[in-house]
Ligand binder design. Sequence first.
Ligand code: ZN
Length: 314
Amino acid sequence: MSPVLAADIGGTNLRLAVVNEAGEVVNEQRIEAQLSRADASSPAEAEAQLMQTLISAIHPFAASHEITAIGIGFPGFFDHQNQLLRSSPNIPMLANFPLAAHLSEALNLPVAVENDALCAAIGEQRFGAGQGCDNLLHITLGTGIGGGLILNNAPYGGERGMAMEFGHLCVEPGGRTCGCGNQGCVEAYASATAISRRYQEASGEALSTKAIYQLAQQGDESAKEIIQSAGHYLGMAIAESVKLLDITTISLSGGLCGAWSLLQPAILETLNRQLIPPLQGKIDIRRSQLDDRSGILGAATIARPAREETTGQA
Ligand SMILES: [Zn+2]
């Protein structure tokens, strides 16, 4: 079978990869492209800009490889029943846009799209930390925090594609203001953006998560405290998720996982304190071993060649 083209789309760059059936990335490319553009004056213009950005990135890559289908992880909420991109936090003007159908028509290939964090969960279950698990909660730690859920061996997106908005679980009522407009979300404490901001407030220095972790290892107390506090808040949000879902395996990916030696004990300490007794000590917190490829591998997993798609619907 021919390989598929997988795309993982972020706010400022698009990653494209040709992936074979074994999950091996044959060819990979990263293209800088601004997904969120403030200059659209109408939904139609926002749609046209998005289509142009995606097609101009994907088309040359698709044309130079013999591929049979395209799978895309996209920061947005998908209603698969109606085949619509309901909305995207990156492009507020978009609403109810048939993204997959329009891309498929323009590129003349079957296109499947899925929420980016759910794609990462799909990639982890198929190729990474969640292999062999029928249920998995995967958490992506980046500039924001995302969550993707696999339930009974199938991705669970919810009725409007908004299930497992893990980053916006409230862990500190009345606390820090989050990008979503609410207060006290876990994202406002444990995302890369939040950690940099909190360290800057404590020390006056604007540094990356990686630099803050290095300082923590060298004995910088406020760096250490901020990373452990991020772990504490993640542990709280994971505990609430486990109470709701009764899931044993939780995987995490993203830059903050580089601070695993500080992060994991902090997560586990709070998690086990917050869980109901029968669940304490039973939850397996795993670090992704896919580097940052869970999203792209998940996108490859959802890509379905035309023949397979027809069989699937029959
Ligand atoms: Zn929020």
